[in-house]
Design a protein. Structure first.
Length: 301
């Protein structure tokens, strides 16, 4: 196959590993920065150009779209889709997963376990909002935050009120979630490809920190999942319409709770912790018919 990887940086670990894995399996690979692309949208021959040159025909596209460029990146991906290029993850599914509030609402509709979550935009609703999630301590999240940025643990009710008021005063969209104390500052990243969890790792926060993101100094180790955790991760990815996803779950007294479904999960942490060649498994899946048949979101907006 002739594969294009959409990535802003060809030197990133995940981008390099995907390119290496594809080339090892005999595919041709080109890395394209989506922000350098521009599009000719027409009825007969839609195309994508870079620096005055039309891109050649590709068989498949692997989107590695960062949260900061979701709008333009998914627009370019959508153009590839309209040109008949098979996407690893479709544009609609990526957009859906990047909207934190919408994704939680969709997961809730499918009866997938979640932390109790409240959302409001008026200061007068703050007391009831905090009560909804079981009071303090509670977690306050910016809807646009990534990698643990914009996530605050409010340990007292007064602190929660102050933080929410401050965010609302800045016109920032936030949601409030119950704090799962029994998780002990740890979460589990389940790497889903198709209808299987192919790798999983436990991420443990540093002492005194509740965010377990590896970017924030958290540690990673291999973990054995329960059947319920595997099922929850796969169902969450399918609800988003994603073929490949990193599903972050918390272990609670009520069973596994989904925190987030990531459409461009990093490979370095999961490959290092588990020793599994995740990049090769992604390329193998892309080669299969399942990659084009397992989701039904193409062309729906």
């Amino acid at each position: 196959m002739n594969i294009v990887i959409m990535s802003r940086n060809s030197n990133l670990y995940s981008t390099r590993r995907l390119k290496e894995a594809a080339e090892e399996r005999g595919h041709q690979v080109r890395i394209v920065d989506p922000l350098t692309c521009y599009m000719n949208i027409n009825m007969t021959s839609p195309s994508i150009h870079v620096k005055g040159v039309e891109l050649p025909k590709f068989d498949a596209v692997i989107p590695r779209i960062g949260a900061s460029i979701t709008f333009y990146g998914t627009a370019v991906l959508r153009q590839f889709e309209m040109m008949g290029v098979k996407p690893l993850n479709e544009s609609v599914a990526i957009t859906r997963s990047r909207d934190k509030l919408r994704s939680l609402q969709l997961l809730s509709r499918k009866n997938i376990g979640l932390p109790i979550t409240g959302f409001a935009n008026k200061p007068m609703n703050i007391p009831d909002l905090i009560d909804m999630v079981g009071g303090a301590p509670c977690v306050i999240k910016l809807l646009e935050g990534t990698q643990g940025i914009g996530v605050v643990l409010a340990e007292t009710r007064k602190a929660a009120e102050s933080v929410i008021e401050a965010f609302m005063g800045l016109k920032a969209n936030i949601m409030v979630q119950e704090y799962i104390s029994e998780a002990g500052g740890a979460d589990i990243r389940c790497f889903v490809i198709g209808d299987k969890v192919i790798a999983a790792m436990k991420r443990q926060a540093l002492a005194g920190e509740f965010r377990s993101n590896l970017h924030r100094g958290g540690s990673a180790s291999i973990v054995k999942l329960t059947p319920e955790e595997r099922s929850t991760a796969v169902r969450a990815a399918k609800t988003m319409g994603l073929n490949v996803a990193g599903v972050d779950i918390l272990r609670s007294m009520h069973g596994p709770l989904v925190m987030e479904v990531n459409s461009s999960p990093g490979l370095e942490g999961i490959e290092t912790a588990t020793g599994i060649n995740v990049a090769e498994k992604i390329i193998t899946f892309l080669e299969s018919d399942k990659a084009s048949k397992s989701t039904k979101t193409k062309g729906t907006g």
